[in-house]
Design a protein around this ligand. Structure first.
Ligand code: 4AD
Ligand code: MG
Length: 448
């Protein structure tokens, strides 16, 4: 509980003072006369030392990992040459076992390490999360979400909470999860964007951090069925304002995250080679990216119909995951990839004034992951949007509330969505976005 932090001042441990701590046994090491226990409580790890008769009690001799307990004693500085978290240890003079954890066959180490394969580890995710690596990713995730909230509030953006149950699609029909809704059809939202746009007229710049859902029928390192989407809409802006905002937001969030010493230390462990991106980010137009891919002899492996041989990229091709990742890894810095052709982008994206083939759209690509942000300006003229529905063969009726935003005082606005798990995969150097989730959801997995 929060009260416990008053008893142990983690910033400057009151060495020599008596404390009482609660936690779980993260590690224990029995020596002839001494028992060392590393206690874990979420705030951190504390080395506790049991000596004399206390180390010889039945409970001390049979103590197992993950047992929850209370320990009382005095805070000491560790002797020179010895090591303990934060250079301090608790010399125990009293303890109570609160919840015993099993040893032997059922011990946590056997549960999570016995078969080290990925599926077992995912089935045992609830226990894996107690480990240092998995839990530190969760702590970083908490810090990153907090940093986004701080960054937006410092910019006076208003946070709103759009619904997850919807009757419209945002990013095309192929990845919609549908469900019965009191006899009517409904979907789990793919993005909160359309609802965020409708909040602009009362709130100005707005953002949300909500779940988005995609029925992704393939298993990749960066696709989830349920992910956390950081989305924002900016009012009265130009496309260039959007790009500048994005790069500044990412840098502000990173500065806030690294300003926390505990989190910075975790990130150093997780991803020692991470370097802060420098501003301005590299900007690359889609058409130039196509040329770049061809110059580097990276082929399009995603050719229709399925099974066709790879070929050189052509203007109009979607740059799929494999090619995008190769390009991003070679370039090695964040890339604002802009001006995608209209046919491969969403219905709401306006055309570029100079080149009618392309849209005012942007993806932010990061080394090791590829796309972490997708954004664009939004059509804000009524006739333009009506024509877009028609072109895409969409029934405008369910979108009346979205269309009304253009009818009742439209404004040039734009926004984006950032996949929080992809951001974390980049920041923490994770192999897959699954490691950035408390309990990942993807095709074939809906437990624990
Ligand atoms: O590029 P996307 O599909 O764009 C939108 O949904 C826009 N409506 C967002 C907006 O403008 N408000 O998705 C945005 C981001 C991607 O760049 C990616 O980071 C993440 O959402 N994303 C996923 N993350 C994990 N698993 C998936 N299946 C994802 N699909 C998209
Ligand atoms: Mg996208």
């Amino acid at each position: 509980s929060g009260d416990r932090t008053k008893e142990v001042d983690y910033a400057s441990p009151n060495r020599g003072t008596r404390v009482r701590v609660y936690g779980r046994v993260h590690r224990e090491r029995k020596q002839a006369q001494v028992l060392f226990v590393t206690l874990r409580d979420g705030f951190g790890y504390m080395q506790c030392v049991f000596t004399g008769p206390l180390a010889k009690t039945y409970d001390a001799l049979t103590l197992t990992r993950e047992t929850s307990m209370m320990i009382m004693g005095e805070m000491w500085e560790v002797p020179a040459g010895a090591h303990a978290p934060d250079n301090r240890e608790l010399h125990a003079d009293y303890f109570e076992i609160i919840g015993k954890a099993p040893g032997g066959e059922e011990a946590i180490t056997n549960k999570v390490q016995a078969k080290g394969d990925a599926q077992t580890l995912l089935d045992m995710r609830h226990l894996v999360l107690r480990g240092e690596t998995a839990s530190s990713v969760m702590f970083v995730r908490d810090a990153v979400e907090h940093a986004f909230n701080t960054a937006y509030h410092d910019l006076h953006y208003v946070k709103v909470s759009p619904p997850a149950l919807v009757q419209t699609q945002v990013e095309g029909g192929s990845t919609l999860f549908s469900l019965p809704y009191y006899g009517e059809p409904a979907y789990l939202t793919q993005s909160s964007q359309l609802y965020l746009e409708t909040a602009i007229p009362f709130a100005g710049n707005v953002y949300c951090i909500e779940k988005s859902f995609r029925a992704e029928k393939s298993l990749t390192r960066r696709h989830l069925s349920e992910y956390t989407h950081v989305e924002a809409e900016l009012d009265f802006i130009t496309f260039d304002d959007l790009l500048t905002h994005l790069e500044s937001l990412i840098c502000t969030v990173l500065d806030l995250v690294f300003a926390n010493p505990r989190i910075a230390a975790m990130l150093k462990e997780l991803n020692p080679s991470f370097t802060l991106p420098s501003r301005p980010f590299k900007r690359l137009r889609y058409a130039d990216a196509i040329d770049w891919l061809n110059e580097h002899e990276i082929l399009n492996e995603d050719v229709e119909p399925e099974g066709s041989p790879p070929r050189a990229f052509e203007f109009g091709d979607d740059i799929a995951e494999a090619a995008e990742r190769k390009m991003t890894d070679i370039i090695g810095v964040p890339i604002l990839l802009t001006h995608f052709p209209a046919p491969i982008k969403s219905f709401y994206m306006p055309r570029d004034a100079e080149d009618d083939r392309v849209t005012e759209s942007v993806d932010l690509l990061m080394p090791g992951v590829g796309e972490i942000v997708g954004g664009s300006m939004r059509m804000y003229k009524y006739e333009e949007l009506m024509a877009a529905y028609k072109r895409e063969d969409m029934d405008p009726a369910p979108y009346y509330w979205y269309t009304d935003m253009r009818k009742y005082g439209g404004s040039p606005h734009g926004g984006y969505g950032l996949g929080l798990e992809r951001f974390l995969a980049w920041l923490c150097g994770l192999h897959t976005v699954r490691e950035a989730c408390l309990y990942p959801r993807y095709m074939g997995r809906c437990k624990p």
